[in-house]
Structures are given as structure tokens and as C-alpha cells.
Design a protein around this ligand. Sequence first.
Ligand code: SAM
Length: 371
Amino acid sequence: MMQSRKIFKDYYEFLFGDHKQWFLSGTMPNTVISQLEDAKVFKRKNGPLVFWHEYRNYLEFLDKINASPSPYSHEIQIKFTKLTDRFLTIANLFEQNIVEKEIVKFRRSFIECIRDFLNKSKYINRALNKPRGYPGDYLVFENLYDGLITSKGIGRYFDIFALNDLLSQSIINRKNKMKDLIKKNIDGLNKKLITILNVGCGSCREVEELLNEHNFINKKICFDFIDQDTEAIKFAKRKLGKFSKERQFTFFQTSALQLFGFGDRGGLVLNKKYDMIYSIGVVDYFLDNVLEKFIAYYSSHLNRGGTLIFAICSNIENRTYAPMVWFYDWYIYLRNPQDAIGIANTTFSLSNICIVWEKNRQIFFVNCRKK
Ligand SMILES: C[S@@+](CC[C@H](N)C(=O)[O-])C[C@H]1O[C@@H](n2cnc3c(N)ncnc32)[C@H](O)[C@@H]1O
């Protein structure tokens, strides 16, 4: 980590050479410190100084915790969460000083400075190192939904911070809200046989919880699931196995994009229609043109009166996503509801599109009905 810190320092100096004097001495005028909370001043001139000051303090704090032999303490956790939140807020403001093409490189260079600490958190380790080859695999989400804190030392402080921050809580809300929306759809359908497709199903957690909580007497529900990840499918099959007597589950291991013409042709052809198609935690990785095709393709697989629902991470408060980019090296496209409606409107008429938010209003659902 020492070498990474040196690289980060050189990189910082390369980007903000004008502030070399403060940067090297580590002393910052009180006037600058007192302006810390003033975002306008921060952006105009003192951002780099404030960030560097914050970075040094934060690292010093982490080094101390890591070196300390004392057992986990709630008081330290409160301080840890406060300082980590503060660091991320400053970093989020500060990055507005950095030219676009340097931002990701700069954040990654920062991550290397604390990677050994981040790796000690089992939750962050998986999110950061991406053992399935893509960000946000089924186990990252299972760990989040379970809120299991199993790490030791500094990892435990990071675990608790990461599992409780606003974004994590909003993702849990998203899963719960999705469960409500599925239930509402099932209840609203006056049919004996209901067909539902989940695109990018991961561990199928919302379905498992839904079926644990409701038995939908007199309704035959067939769930189809699509996911690219064989391990996720294996895991989900095992979890849903206990319901397989009363419910029908079909899994397709394929890319949801390949179905509508991105990547290699061939493979699965979807020849069924559904009453409901939904997707959570997937379209945030798509460019607008891909999302547009996604909507058009899956809407063509809806029965008349059927519903397409997909969740989108909102760009209204981008500070919410600071842990993702500064700690987990995890990138998604953020959107606002108006843009999302505009994209959905290429397939659905405006009167058939509505927006629903999860409780924290960080993630919303685009709910489209086929006439
Ligand atoms: C962020 S996880 C969300 C899982 C689950 N929907 C949830 O909310 O807990 C995304 C899942 O979608 C799958 N996925 C992502 N992009 C995909 C694609 N283009 N085709 C099929 N599956 C995809 C991943 O393999 C992963 O299991």
C-alpha cells in the first residue's frame, strides 16, 4: 500500500501542481478548513486543498484502526462511519474539479491506497474484486440482503458502514418494493395461469421472499428467469427448490442482450408471452440505445394488458453513489425519471408509463402497461 500511496501522491501532484506547497507540508490554512462545508467556495478554488487534507486525515485514521489490537467498539464505529461519510462527501465534491477523462483513473489510484483495508471487509471484497467477472453478482446482493457482518478488525467497520449506507438501504428497499409490485400484479390479474419473466434474476431473492410470505391459493404462477451467470442460476434453483411442487420455475442461462441482437446470434429464442416482465439491477449497465431495444424487445413478449417494470438508479443525488465509485470500483449509468420516461416512450405511450419510487427516493421503477 505504501507504493500505491506514493503513486497516488504523484498523480495528485500531476493534477494539482499549483497547490504543491500545502500538499507537501500537509498544513492547510484555517481559512481553508473553515470553508470546508461551503460547496461553492470548494468548487471555485479550494477543492484540491480540502480534498488532500481530508485524504490525509482519513488515511491516518484508517491506519490507526488497522494497527490497533483493541476489539470492535461501537464508539469507534460511530466515528468510522462519520469520517467515512465525510470523506466521501468531500471526494464527491472534489471530483468536480477533475477533468472527466482523469476521474476514473484518479479514483482507482485512490482505491489502491486502501485496498488492503477494503479487502478485509468480506462484503466490499467481493464487490470490489468481482470474482464472477462483472460488478454486482448474486452473492454481493445476497450478502447485502442478509446484512451479515462476518469480517474482523477494520473489515468489520467497513462491513457495517457499507451495509448501512443510503445506497445499500435503497437497494434493499428496491427488492422489497419489487416484491410488492409483483404481488399487486398477481392480485390484479383475474386469471388462473399467470406468467412472469424476471430478466437478470441473480439469486431470485424477491421471489423466494414473496412465495414464503404468500401462497396465492387458486393461482398457478409460472416464473421464467434469465441470467447470464451459471452460478447465480444454480444458487437460485437451490433456493426456490422448496416451492417447486406448487410452482413452476424455468431458468434460461443466456445474455438478456443477445436475445435482441447484441453479441453473438443464435442460442435461446424466447417464444413465450408473459403477463409481467421485470428487471432490477440490470438496465443501469445499459447505454440508452440498448435500454431502448431492451424495452422494445421485452414489450413484444407481453400479453395484452401485461406489465413491464424495470428499476433505475436515479441521478438526482449522485453523492449516494460515492461508495460505489470510490470504494468498489463499480460503475453504472444514472438516469432521471424524465429521461427514463422518454426512452420508454419510444415503445409505450405516455399514458401507459408511470414512475414508482422506493422509500428513500434513490431508485425508481418505470412501470409500463401494454394496451
Ligand atoms: C445486480 S444483479 C441483480 C440481481 C437481482 N435482480 C437482484 O436485484 O437481487 C444483476 C444480475 O443480472 C445478471 N445480468 C446482468 N446483465 C445481464 C445480461 N445482459 N444478461 C443476463 N443477465 C444479466 C447478472 O448475472 C446478475 O445476476
